[in-house]
Structures are given as C-alpha cells and as structure tokens.
Design a protein around this ligand. Structure first.
Ligand code: HEM
Length: 453
C-alpha cells in the first residue's frame, strides 16, 4: 500500500486533456527521465497512467492484455451523442457487444480476406501514380501529394468495406468524406452533431446498398460488410454493422494517408534513400510496376515501411485503455478502472531498444528483425487492421519509389518532432509541402498504367 501511495504522490499536474494533447507524447517521454518509465498524470478530473518504455509497454499491454481490454467511456462519445459517433470499435468499452463486433471485423481483416482485396490494392495504387503523373504534369509542376494520397487511402477503405470506389479528388464524395472525417478525427472529443449527421448520410447509403446486394444475391466483390453479413456464425445487428463501417473509416483513412504523406516528404529530403530503394526494387522485380500480389518480399521496402511506422508514429499516444482488473507492475498497483495510455512515440524511440532513435534508418530492422513496432498498439485492443495497413504501405512505397524520383520544391519541413500540422490532433499530420514527382521511366510507366475504372 505504501508503495502505491508513493507512486500516486508523484503525479505532475498538467492541466486539461486538450492542452496535453499538444505534443503530449514528446512531453511525456521527456518527463519519464524524471518520473520513471510509468507514472501518472491528471487530465481534467481523471488520473491517467502513462507508459513510456518498450519493456513496460510489453509487460503491461501484452502480458495483461485482458486486464487492459477496455476503453474509457467519455461523455461526448457515449452519453451525449445519440448518432453514429458513439459506436466505433476503437471507442467501445469491453463488453459482449464489442466482442461480437471485433469478431466480425477479424473475419474481414485476416490474411485470406486481405488476399482477396489485392485487386483493390492494385487499382488504387495505380490510380495514385496516375494522379501524380497527371496533376504533376509528368513531373514538371510542383504539387502537394496529400489529396492524391488521401484519395487512395479513402478509396481503399470504401472498396474494402463496401465495394464502392472514390474515383477522383474532384468528386463530391471525396470532398465530403475528407471534410467530415478530418474534422471528426480532430480530437477524441469532437462533438459536432451536424458533422455526424453528414457522416450518417453517406454511411447509411453505402450500408444499405451492400445489404440489398447481399439479399438479392448480387454481391460478388469481396468486401467487409458483405462477408460479415454472409458469415452467419456472428449475427450482427445493423447498428453493429454500422459500427464496423465507422471503425474502418475512422481507423483506416487518415492513418494510412498521413503515414504515406510524412514519408514522401522525408524521402524528398533524402534522395539517397530513394536511390537505394529503387536499386533494391529493381533487383527484386522486373520492368514495369511491381506486382500487387507480391506479399512484402522485397526486404528493403518492408523495412522502409516499418521505419516509417516507427519514425512517424502517427497516433503517438495510441488510443486510451481502461483496466478491468487490478494490475501489479514493479510492485505498484494500477487499480481496476484506471485509464492507461501507451506512449507509442516513446516506445518506438526507446533508447534501450534502438541506437540513434531520432534517425530515420530502415536498416535497423534488418539488424533486429524481431523488434516490435508499437505504432499499432499491443494486446487485445491493438489495431484490428495492422496486417492490412502494413500491406497497403508496402505496396504503395514499392510502386511509388519504382515510378518516381521525388524532388523537394522549396523548403520541406518534415521533422515529426517539430513540424506537426495541428499538434492537438489525435492523428498526427505533416505540414503541407511541395514536390516534383519525376517519372523514372515515362514511357514504361504510361504503358503499365492501363487502369480499369
Ligand atoms: C498506418 C495505419 C494505421 C495505424 C498507425 C493504426 C493505429 C491504430 C492504433 C494505435 C490503434 C489503437 C491500438 C491500441 O489501443 O492498442 C488502432 C485501433 C484500431 N484500428 Fe488502426 N491503424 C492503422 C490503420 C487502420 C486501418 C487501415 C483500419 C481499418 C481499415 C484500422 C482499424 C482499426 C480499428 C477497428 C481499431 C480499434 C481496435 C479496438 O479497439 O479493438 N486501422 N489503430
């Protein structure tokens, strides 16, 4: 008991949740030098345990996976919001309903299911390359690639979830979904009722279309909603199906888009990394675009994607957990009902794990292939789609780096310690920048970009 008291006496008080979200992960990492790798802070009226080292994160989130399987029930998400925003998998507390939703999502996101999405990965990565070529006028006009990357990421979410494409950055659908999702992802406490109503509108249309197609026997394209409806072992209500749709969109769109956007900015500043990647891809795959079905076999691009996940850690504090059992760690008690944050940023940059953690160096993963990436979280509530996300990143980098040289235009500020667009956001985005996307082989590229729309 006295040890527990000692631990509880050590909290630094940091003010409101919104204040600390401002580069919080970096501040918390710094504080660990003074207060130890696990300590508590007060966020508004809640005491929160923050876990700041790789070893502690594994001991807590992996070894105590079940004890840390719930999420906090915040007012805005669960009590004050009657519409869809209450119910993503990522914000649901642990209960029977969550278990069913997670089972449904798992069926649609396991390895064989992901294999069936290869045609979508193929089409959307090709479309990204074509957009960069067209909008960048064959590498002659500087562009910010963000909207094109967002379209790819969004269209992957919508095709994988509902079988519906987002064909162009000019489309009404693209503008509407990007506006609404960006705003709703802004913080965990986003409350706008009208935004949620706008989201409900496009989600309802997609959900109803899939349900009708399944009922009429017309659904022949693989997609999450159709597989979950058809898989009778887990019968899900329409509310739970909607929850899966919401989870896929809020979980999958900005995370992948921002990871790619940060990385392209960084690569534009480091042509030597691009050249090495290009050389490795060419040794590995023949002329033309690398095969979409190739499953992460080019070792250098695989480690480049891992390093991108580590270095940018786009959700620096992962998503908060709540303990459903008492946990004892290093002689101290984390009582049932505690809120616990994994500082994924600090774990990914743990000097006990990595030398020069602040340097982007893909080779570190070749030297330590079994090291952990903390970016997707750990344990029962880790990212449901980490296999899919890793595959999306791999193919995107494979194809982008085999197609283009990215040349920085003007000053690109792309250091994740300093250059976050909105430091209070849940998902960390890079500041806008411009690059020239110069085709490495203009003629060859044009030939292999016959995209079936
Ligand atoms: C680079 C891409 C991605 C990153 C960095 C990422 C990161 C995360 C993190 C940190 C969590 C919380 C984990 C925890 O509490 O330990 C999470 C949860 C989740 N993610 Fe992802 N994610 C990515 C892509 C995706 C995609 C593509 C989807 C779906 C299409 C997705 C769906 C989900 C869902 C449903 C959850 C909630 C899991 C639960 O609460 O049980 N994520 N993700």
């Amino acid at each position: 008991m006295s040890f527990v008291m000692a631990m509880w006496r050590r909290w630094p008080l940091v003010g409101s949740l919104l204040d600390v979200r401002n580069n919080a992960a970096m501040k918390y990492q710094e504080w660990a030098k003074t207060y130890g790798e696990v300590y508590q802070v007060q966020l508004r009226n809640t005491n929160v345990v923050v876990v700041n080292s790789a070893a502690a994160a594994k001991a807590l989130f992996q070894t105590n996976s079940h004890a840390l399987s719930s999420r906090p029930v915040t007012y805005t998400f669960h009590k004050g919001a009657p519409s869809s925003a209450s119910f993503t998998i990522g914000t649901s507390p642990y209960d029977e309903s969550l278990k069913r939703k997670k089972k449904g999502a798992a069926i649609a996101l396991n390895r064989p299911a992901i294999q069936s999405y290869v045609p979508y990965l193929d089409l959307e990565t090709k479309s990204l390359i074509r957009d960069l070529l067209d909008i960048g006028k064959m590498g002659t006009v500087p562009i910010d690639p963000l909207p094109m990357i967002q379209r790819m990421s969004l269209s992957l979410v919508t095709t994988i979830n509902w079988g519906v494409r987002v064909p162009s950055i000019e489309s009404e659908l693209f503008r509407e979904i990007v506006t609404v999702e960006e705003e709703l992802n802004r913080t965990l406490t986003a409350t706008s009722r009208s935004l949620r109503q706008r989201r409900d509108k496009y989600m309802a249309k997609f959900d109803e279309d899939v349900a009708r197609q399944v009922e009429e026997g017309l659904s022949n394209k693989p997609c999450v909603q159709a597989s979950v409806i058809k898989y009778k072992e887990v019968e899900l209500t329409s509310a739970k199906l909607r929850s899966i749709s919401l989870s896929m969109t809020s979980g999958g769109f900005e995370t992948v888009a921002n990871s790619v956007h940060w990385t392209i900015g960084h690569l534009a500043l480091h042509p030597e990394l691009q050249d090495k990647a290009y050389e490795q891809i060419r040794q590995f795959s023949g002329p033309g675009l690398p095969d979409a079905a190739g499953d992460q076999k080019c070792a250098y691009i695989l480690v480049l994607a891992k390093e991108s996940l580590r270095y940018f850690t786009v959700i620096p504090l992962a998503l908060p957990r709540v303990s459903i059992k008492d946990i004892y760690y290093e002689g101290a008690l984390i009582p049932t009902g505690s809120t616990v944050y994994m500082n994924a940023w600090a774990c990914n940059r743990d000097p006990g794990l990595w030398s020069e953690p602040a340097v982007f160096r893909p080779e570190r993963w070749l030297e330590h292939p079994d090291a952990t990436v903390f970016t997707f979280g750990l344990g029962y509530r880790m990212c449901s789609a980490h296999l899919l996300a890793a595959r999306e990143l791999y193919l995107t980098f494979m194809r982008l780096l085999s197609s283009f040289r990215f040349v920085a235009c003007g000053k690109i500020r792309c250091d994740p310690r300093e250059d976050i667009k909105n430091p209070k956001d849940l998902i960390m985005a890079a500041k806008p920048y411009k690059v020239m996307c110069i085709p490495r082989d203009e003629k060859g590229l044009a030939e292999c970009l016959t995209v079936d729309e």
